[in-house]
Design a protein around this ligand. Structure first.
Ligand code: ACO
Ligand code: KIV
Length: 512
C-alpha cells in the first residue's frame, strides 16, 4: 500500500454548502490558488450542474489551476456528468466525481429506488464518466449507514467500471472512529479489486468526530482525505484540512504516511478564507485559533519559558504563525517586506508586493510599528479584495455631545464617476452607512456589525466585518484602518461591491 495520503480539498464545494459561506468567482479563484501553492492534491471546485454561476466558477478554476487535479461533483445521472465534464475539461488534470447514496434509508426514502437500481445507476455513471476521463471518483453517499455487504458490492462494481478513487463518506457524521476504521479494513479485505483504486474518506462533524474518523480511516488504509479549510461545510462542517495535516505531521511515526502540504501556508489560507466569508476563526480552534499557542496559567508559562515543548506539541512557525524579530516600519524596504510576506505564507507577484509596500508606507506614516497582523490586513485589503465598482474617495464625520445629529460627508467613486453627499445618522457609523447607501441607491439591511482591534495599542488597526442583506441576497464585507469609522465605511462599501458582484455573476455566466 502506498504511504502517500492525497489531500482532497472541498472548501469550494462542500465548504460552500455551509450557511453564509457563499463565495463569488474571484474569491473562489483566490482560494484555489492558495490551495494550489499550499500543495493540495485535488481541488473540488464545485457542483457544475447546480447553477450557471457554479459552472462558471468551476470552469475558471479548471482553466487557471495547473498543478492540482480539479474535480467537479455530479449526481449519478448523465446530464450532471456531461455538465461536470464541460466545466473541468480544460483543466491540466481533470477529475469527475460522481456519487449516489447507498444506505437503506437514502435509497428507500430519498432516491425511492431498489438497491439493484442504485447499483445499476452507479455502474452506468462511472462508465459514462470514464468515456471522458480515466480519472473518475465514485462516492457512496451515506456509506457509514450502508449495509457493509452492499457497500462492498457497489465498490467492487464501480472499480470494475473504471473508478480509480472510491470514496466512503460519513455523510451525517454518525460513525465512531473504531467502527469507521473497521469499515475501511472490511472493504480492503472484501472488495476483490480494491488494490486498483485509492480509498478515500469524507467525514462530517455532526458529533465532533470528523477529524478523528478521518485519522482512524487513514490508519486503516484510506489514502485520500476529503477536507476543508477551517472545517467549513454542510451543517457542522467537514474534517478540517489544517487539523488532519497537523495530525499527520505531529504524529508522523504513528501514521507513517507522507503528504504534500506546505504546513507554513495553513494559517494564511485559513485567515484568507475567514476574511472572504466574513466568519472569524474561533479563538479555541485547533492549529489556527488565537489561543492555540497562548499560555495563560503560571505552571504552563513556567514550563514554556524553560522549554516550549513542555506545552507545545507543534510550533506556531510550522503552521505559518510567525513572529520574527524583523519589525517593519516606515524605513523598511521592499526586500524586508517581501521576506516578511514570504514568512507569513503569502506568495505574491511583484505587482502585488508593490501594492502592499505602498499601503504599508502609508500606514507607517500614522502608525510607528507594523505588526504581522497589520501586514496581513494590508494583504487582505489590497491584494485579495475583489475589483471595486464603488470606492471611497473621501469621508468626514462630525459627531459629539452638542445635540447636533452625527453627520457624514462622503465622496464615492461609482463606476469611475465621482458622487458626493452628506447625511445625518444616530451615530457616526449610522450617518456614514446612510450616506453611502443613498449614493449607491441601495438600502440593504445590516445583519451584522463587528469590530476587532488587529494588533495592540490605541493606534492598532481596527478591522470591521459587516453583513448586509437585500431580499434573498446577502454579502459580507471587511475593512481595516487605524480609524474605525473609515474601517467601517470600507467594510460597508466592500459588502456593497460583493452584493453587486453577485448579481452580475448570475447574469454574466452564459451557458456554453
Ligand atoms: C451529501 C452532499 O453534499 S451531496 C451534494 C449536495 N449538493 C447539492 O445538492 C448541489 C446543489 N443542488 C442543486 O442545485 C439541485 O439540487 C440540483 C440541480 C442538483 C437538482 O435539482 P432538481 O432537479 O430540482 O432536484 P431536487 O434537488 O429537488 O431533487 C434531487 C433529485 O435528484 C435525485 N438524486 C439525489 N442524489 C442523486 C444522485 N446522487 N444520483 C442521482 N439522483 C440523485 C433525488 O432523488 C431527486 O430526484 P427526484 O426529482 O426524482 O425525486
Ligand atoms: C457527495 C459526498 C462526497 C458528500 O459530500 C457526502 O457524502 O457528504
Amino acid at each position: 500500500m502506498s504511504d502517500r495520503v492525497f489531500i482532497f480539498d472541498t472548501t469550494l464545494r462542500d465548504g460552500e454548502q455551509s450557511p453564509g459561506a457563499t463565495m463569488n468567482q474571484l474569491e473562489k479563484l483566490r482560494i484555489a490558488r492558495q490551495l494550489e501553492s499550499m500543495g493540495v492534491d485535488i481541488i473540488e471546485a464545485g457542483f457544475p450542474a447546480a447553477s450557471d454561476g457554479d459552472f462558471c466558477s468551476v470552469r475558471e478554476i479548471a482553466r487557471s489551476v495547473e498543478k492540482c487535479q480539479v474535480a467537479g461533483l455530479c449526481r449519478a445521472v448523465p446530464s450532471d456528468i456531461d455538465r461536470a465534464w464541460e466545466a473541468i475539461r480544460e483543466a491540466a488534470h481533470p477529475r469527475i466525481h460522481t456519487f449516489i447514496a447507498t444506505s437503506p434509508l437514502h435509497m428507500k426514502h430519498k432516491l425511492q429506488k431498489e438497491p439493484a437500481q442504485v447499483l445499476e445507476m452507479a455502474q452506468r455513471a462511472v462508465r459514462h464518466a470514464c468515456g471522458y476521463t480515466a480519472n473518475v471518483e465514485f462516492s457512496a453517499e451515506d456509506a457509514s449507514r450502508s449495509e457493509w455487504d452492499f457497500l462492498a458490492r457497489i465498490t467492487e462494481a464501480v472499480i470494475d467500471c473504471g473508478a480509480t478513487t472510491v470514496n466512503i463518506p460519513d455523510t451525517v457524521g454518525y460513525a465512531q472512529p473504531d467502527e469507521f476504521a473497521e469499515l475501511i479494513r472490511y472493504l480492503r479485505a472484501n472488495v476483490r479489486n480494491i488494490d486498483r483504486a485509492i480509498i478515500s474518506v469524507h467525514c462530517h462533524n455532526d458529533l465532533g468526530l470528523a477529524v478523528a474518523n478521518t485519522m482512524a480511516a487513514i490508519r486503516a488504509g484510506a489514502r485520500q482525505a476529503e477536507v476543508t479549510l477551517s472545517g467549513i461545510g454542510e451543517r457542522a462542517g467537514n474534517a478540517a484540512l489544517e487539523e488532519v495535516v497537523m495530525n499527520l505531521n505531529t504524529r508522523r511515526n504513528f501514521f507513517e504516511v507522507e503528504h504534500g502540504i506546505d504546513t507554513k501556508m495553513l494559517f494564511p489560507a485559513c485567515r484568507l478564507l475567514s476574511h472572504i466569508i466574513g466568519q472569524p476563526i474561533p479563538p479555541n480552534k485547533a492549529v489556527t485559533g488565537a489561543n492555540a499557542f497562548a499560555h495563560e496559567s503560571g505552571i504552563h508559562q513556567d514550563g514554556v519559558l524553560k522549554d516550549r515543548r513542555t506545552y507545545e506539541i507543534m510550533t506556531p512557525e510550522s503552521v505559518g504563525r510567525v513572529g520574527t524579530d524583523m519589525v517593519l516600519g516606515k524605513h523598511s524596504g521592499r526586500h524586508a517586506i517581501k521576506r516578511k510576506l514570504d514568512e507569513l505564507g503569502y506568495r505574491l507577484s511583484e505587482e502585488d508586493v508593490t501594492l502592499v509596500a505602498d499601503a504599508m508606507k502609508r500606514l507607517a506614516d500614522i502608525k510607528k510599528t507594523i505588526y504581522d497582523e497589520d501586514l496581513e490586513a494590508i494583504v487582505l485589503e489590497e491584494v485579495f479584495r475583489i475589483p471595486d465598482r464603488f470606492r471611497l474617495n473621501h469621508l468626514t464625520v462630525h459627531s459629539g455631545t452638542t445635540g447636533v445629529p452625527a453627520t457624514a460627508a462622503v465622496i464615492l467613486d461609482v463606476n469611475g464617476e465621482e458622487r458626493k453627499l452628506a447625511q445625518f445618522g444616530v451615530g457616526p457609523v449610522d450617518a456614514t452607512f446612510n450616506t453611502i447607501a443613498e449614493i449607491i441607491g441601495l438600502k440593504p439591511s445590516l445583519e451584522r456589525f463587528q469590530i476587532n482591534a488587529i494588533s495592540g495599542g490605541t493606534d492598532a488597526l481596527g478591522e470591521v466585518t459587516v453583513k448586509i442583506r437585500e431580499g434573498s441576497r446577502s454579502a459580507v464585507g471587511r475593512g481595516a484602518d487605524p480609524d474605525i469609522i473609515i474601517a467601517s465605511a470600507k467594510a460597508y462599501i466592500n459588502a456593497m461591491n460583493r452584493l453587486a458582484k453577485k448579481t452580475e455573476e448570475t447574469s454574466e455566466c452564459p451557458a456554453p
